[in-house]
Design a protein around this ligand. Structure first.
Ligand code: BES
Ligand code: MG
Ligand code: ZN
Length: 495
């Protein structure tokens, strides 16, 4: 557990166990608030030589700690490299996020219970100090997350640390506090999404996901509606019910609603795939591909967590969160390949492959959004295709939309926040791939067209009517991402 507070007292005056210095490649501090001279003057006069001797050169990813006795307590000076900070704005921010993660991991390794750091000075950034604080604080909170629910020993003595951010005396503390409060709300929600997704499917069943959503709704007073298979059948949700059919768990369709003060505000619907576990169904996955399928509800987890953020930040738009949650199982009641189903908007679908189940439940969720909310914008988020991993790997979410403005906004925001996204085309040519001889469309693209991620996007497009719509395929980014230190193992909370 990590908590972050502002400290308007001087960096060096804070009575803490850990002092964090972010250093550039010339071994200069990134901020005048925490110059190295503080350590040099009272403790290590030859500090820079020492650091160099220990091959700490201030490069990205480097870290080094020194101990000293100060006022009768053992304190640690933690030096973290950030390189030159001469890259573009978003790269610099990402560098500082990762440096923060290195700092948090070092604090944890040294069991430090309270520490202080200062933000980099404004010069290399096109954003304000308060925006920078938001990014860094979110990264710090994400770095402190660990899925330890089932680690008996770790759970007993969990690490707790109070981290202070030093700010100068001549700034308005209020605006920094607001930024930090927002970061805490966002970072906590991201970690909640990760906890839901990391929790395995024997526990995080559709019913349990619904209970998490209900908790969020009650805590932040959101209107919530949760219904199961019977109501879904009544509504004509043939896609949702076809996937749910094979499981002994009752599927849950979750609706969370945030109403803006201004009744005339636009409406945006977020729609997250919630497959609690994806065996593939009758087209069962081979052993090599089945483990990790507890993460197939990462989209739903992100939407539920996003609704907690929305409820607290109260933006001037109506936001609806939809999360169709089911378990995709093979059984005597399961849907078969060749089955034909009818979705909520009346379109018929040939189930060519029961493992292409995410698009079936999302189809009905998109119809539900259009029918009951007539939204201006719908964004769906789903671990939808393995194919996206081949195209974009683990670092980029696939964005598909015909709306130029949405595409630009989503990719630009992704670049700034570290949730990187890259657009894939949705040209009508790909529609041929999901033509069916016996129904309106089929649920898996013809192999002749390749591009499984795009053909899945084309499938979903059939269930959007009037709204501006974008589809995010997070199969690559939602879990097991190596190389980004603030996300670590397991679920990333990608959105
Ligand atoms: N849950 C998977 C997608 C997935 C694969 C997520 C790997 C994370 C890692 C999805 O339901 C699925 O099985 N998709 C199939 C679609 C195919 C049958 C058309 C796929 O990608 O192979
Ligand atoms: Mg069932
Ligand atoms: Zn599947």
């Amino acid at each position: 557990m990590l908590s972050i507070q502002l400290a308007q007292k001087k960096f060096w005056d804070a009575p803490v166990e850990g002092y964090v210095f972010f250093l550039k490649e010339n071994l200069e501090s990134t901020t005048t608030l925490a110059p190295l001279s503080l350590v040099e003057k009272d403790f290590y006069p030859h500090l820079k030589d020492m650091l160099k001797k220990h091959t700490f050169e201030g490069k990205k990813g480097q870290a080094f700690a020194l101990s000293a006795m100060r006022n009768n307590t053992l304190v640690q000076f933690i030096f973290v490299g950030v390189g030159t900070l001469k890259d573009d704005n978003s790269t610099n921010i990402e560098t500082l996020r990762r440096a923060m993660a290195t700092a948090v991991h070092t604090l944890k390794k040294l069991s430090i219970k309270n520490a202080i750091f200062a933000l980099a000075d404004e010069t290399p950034f096109d954003i304000s100090q308060t925006e920078l604080l938001k990014h860094i604080a979110i990264a710090a909170l994400m770095s402190s997350y660990e899925f330890a629910t089932f680690k008996t020993e770790k759970k007993k003595d969990a690490w707790a640390c109070q981290l202070q951010v030093a700010i100068t005396e001549n700034v308005d503390k209020g605006v920094y506090q607001t930024a930090l409060d927002h970061a805490t709300i966002i970072g906590t929600a991201i970690n909640h999404a990760r906890l839901m997704a990391d929790t395995p499917a024997n526990i995080m069943t559709p019913t349990a996901i619904a209970a998490e959503a209900q908790k969020v709704a009650e805590q932040y007073t959101l209107k919530h509606t949760i219904f199961g298979r019977d109501k879904a059948l009544e509504l004509g949700m043939g896609g949702f019910c076809a996937v749910d059919a094979g499981s002994d768990q009752d599927g849950k369709f979750i609706v969370l609603e945030y109403k803006a003060q201004n009744g005339k505000a636009p409406t945006i619907v977020l729609c997250g795939k919630g497959v609690a576990f994806d065996t593939g169904g009758i087209n069962i996955k081979p052993s090599s591909h089945i483990s990790g399928m507890k993460f197939d509800m990462c989209g739903a987890a992100s939407v539920i967590a996003l609704m907690a953020i929305v409820a607290q930040l109260k933006p001037d738009v109506h936001v609806i969160g939809l999360a169709p949650c089911v378990e995709n199982m093979p059984s005597g009641k399961a849907s078969r390949p060749d089955d034909i189903i009818t979705c909520m908007n009346g379109k018929t679908v040939e189930i060519e492959n029961t493992d292409a189940e995410g698009r079936l439940i999302l189809a009905d969720a998109l119809c539900y959004a259009e029918k009951f909310y007539k939204p201006d914008i719908i964004i769906d988020i789903a671990t939808l295709t393995g194919a996206v991993l081949y195209g974009l790997g683990h670092f980029y979410t696939g964005v598909m939309t015909k709306d130029r403005k949405l595409a630009e906004q989503l990719t630009a925001l992704g670049k700034l926040t570290g949730d990187r996204a890259w657009e894939l085309p949705l040209d009508d040519d790909f529609k041929e791939a999901i033509k069916s001889d016996v129904a309106d469309i089929r649920n898996s693209g013809s192999p002749a067209y390749y591009a499984g991620t795009i053909t899945a996007g084309c499938f979903l497009q059939n269930f959007v009517d009037k709204a501006r719509w974008a589809h995010l395929d997070i199969a690559g980014t939602a879990h097991e991402v190596t190389g980004i230190n603030y996300v670590g193992k397991g679920a990333t909370g990608a959105s």
